[in-house]
Design a protein around this ligand. Structure first.
Ligand code: PLP
Length: 267
């Protein structure tokens, strides 16, 4: 997309938070890129102190520091695709959205990290509104989980039909592709994702993996989509391959720490 050198390897940028336990956030993204043979670059937005039991502290970086990291990579190396993860507060979301708008990133995956898979809100209301109105419409693919899709669509999501309705409503707002993820759904919808790009509505299924070691699932999925886009895949095949990759990673979940371990990546 903005590659300046002529790299022999695709390059991706993640704009995300740091996770000290190495399971989610930037660490998951960079590992996913590496497994996909994509060189990973990063702009850190915030630093979380956390382990498999929970988050004990979060420190945001100034928005200027986030933008400086993006510029440093863009001005010298360039990248073929970008993803955003945890952007934490309104100022960081607004700065990243402005950067995305100016640069016109065409292969932008927005993982609208707002609510954890357990339903806890991770960013404040102002940040949610800025993300919805300024960043989300710039992304080629948005990957909300069940709770994020509820906030973005204003619909309650209990069934597969609700997931489809939410995907259509979010697409109506963004005019771009949406993947509503079913990892936090129960029953038959557990692990079922719904894709809608304004043209095709697809229900993506895999056999649900029964594990508690799911930390980093959303980050890994959006990073794998980004890596596949950087490698030149079209959006829907990038998503399908990424879902396969995450299913494998769930099978390899790491039983580390005393709580919810991360998905396992690589060999
Ligand atoms: N980004 C950061 C820095 C996080 O700490 C977390 C969750 O702890 C997430 C993103 C979202 O993680 P997941 O991939 O499990 O949805």
């Amino acid at each position: 997309m903005t590659s300046i050198a002529s790299p022999t390897i695709p390059i991706a940028l993640t704009i995300a938070g740091s996770d000290s336990c190495g399971g989610a956030g930037m660490q998951a993204d960079l590992r996913t890129f590496a497994v996909h043979r994509v060189h990973g670059t990063c702009a850190v937005t915030c630093i979380t102190a956390q382990n498999t039991l929970g988050v004990t502290r979060v420190d945001a970086l100034p928005p200027e520091a986030v933008v400086a990291q993006i510029d440093a990579v863009a001005d010298d190396i360039g990248f073929d695709a970008v993803k955003t993860g945890m952007l934490l507060d309104r100022a960081i979301v607004a700065a990243v959205a402005e950067k995305a708008r100016q640069a016109g990133w065409s292969k932008l995956v927005v993982d609208p990290v707002m609510v954890s898979r357990t339903g806890a809100q991770l960013i404040d209301d102002e940040a949610v509104a800025t993300l919805k109105n300024h960043l989300l419409p710039l992304g080629a693919i948005a990957t909300p989980n069940r709770y994020e899709a509820q906030i973005l669509s204003g619909l309650a999501i209990e069934t597969l039909d609700d997931m489809k309705a939410a995907a259509e409503k979010i697409h109506h707002h963004t005019r771009h592709a949406v993947l509503v993820k079913g990892g936090a759904m129960s029953g038959n919808c557990h692990g079922v994702d719904v894709w809608f790009d304004g043209d095709r509505l697809e229900v993506l299924q895999t056999t649900a993996v029964n594990t508690r070691h799911t930390h980093g699932t959303g980050c890994t999925l959006s990073a794998a989509i980004t890596a596949n886009l950087a490698r030149g895949n079209d959006p829907l095949s990038a998503v399908k391959a990424a879902k396969q990759y995450v299913t494998e990673a769930l099978h390899r979940g790491l039983n580390i720490g005393n709580g919810q371990g991360p998905v396992g990546q690589g060999d």
